[in-house]
Design a protein around this ligand. Structure first.
Ligand code: HEM
Length: 227
């Protein structure tokens, strides 16, 4: 029987900037050492454990593999691939801190401070945190000049994946995520106790819907600021 208990990574285990892939490796759904990972392993595992539709899985997995240029990748190669970007929710910008591989508890607290009165992070919370993180990076990181269209799509895609795949509550899928669930995945990189994946497969259409809705909220908030 395979063991899917949580185990913190050991000194030789490699991890990525992606909280979901790290959680999968910490539970042995992906190799615990973070090495020799193929596209089909990524697609199958994110489908089985998060019910992420295979079209989205395919785009994410091939995006990484093509950029890294190998058929088998190690998780840490994602830190330096083109998929990496500034203004992340869990880690400091590569240019700003030698510890960019480590989760920043301050950044997680800053995201959680955007929760609503029911202790949930909503599309609104992610839109506000986008603005906060973007403005921080623009101020502190002279190498950062804002995100282009594709990177924005990726970043709102990451928020969409969080709301759709990690929320663990059927009626919240795509809408909100409880702060404890978020902290477990984002900070501890661990599946929460009694967490359940979405019963519905997260289609490309659903992924796009949350992506666009959250982006729209951010654009409106930015417009309000300048008026
Ligand atoms: C299937 C293959 C996947 C690949 C290759 C991948 C790759 C990555 C990479 C390279 C980043 C770093 C971007 C940055 O610089 O912040 C990232 C971030 C992220 N990924 Fe994944 N990912 C995959 C699947 C998933 C899944 C299934 C989820 C959710 C269930 C997810 C959720 C996230 C989130 C929320 C972030 C943003 C973290 C932050 O802003 O600090 N990813 N991913």
């Amino acid at each position: 029987m395979e063991n899917h208990e949580y185990q913190a990574p050991g000194p030789n285990d490699l991890r990525s900037p992606c909280p979901a892939l790290n959680s999968l490796a910490n539970h042995g759904y992906l190799p615990r050492d973070g090495k020799d990972i193929t596209t089909s392993r990524l697609i199958e595992t994110t489908y089985k454990q998060f019910n992420l539709g295979k079209t989205v899985g395919f785009i994410l997995a091939y995006g990484a593999i093509i950029d890294i240029g190998k058929t088998k990748i190690t998780l840490d190669e994602l830190h330096t691939s083109k998929l990496n970007h500034s203004m992340s929710l869990t880690r400091t910008d590569v240019e700003l801190n030698q510890d960019f591989r480590k989760v920043s508890p301050e950044l997680i607290d800053s995201l959680i401070s955007e929760k609503d009165e029911t202790n949930k992070l909503t599309r609104n919370s992610f839109a506000r945190q986008f603005i906060k993180r973007r403005d921080q990076s623009l101020k502190d990181n002279s190498a950062f000049h804002g995100l282009g269209f594709t990177k924005k799509f990726q970043v709102f895609g990451e928020y969409s994946l969080t709301l759709n795949c990690l929320s663990g509550s059927e009626n919240e899928t795509g809408i909100s995520i409880d702060v404890n669930t978020l902290r477990s995945f984002y900070q501890l990189e661990r599946f929460p106790e009694n967490w359940k994946k979405s019963e519905k497969t997260i289609s490309f259409r659903q992924f796009l819907k949350t992506n666009r809705e959250t982006k729209k909220i951010q654009e409106n908030l930015d417009k309000e600021k300048t008026n």
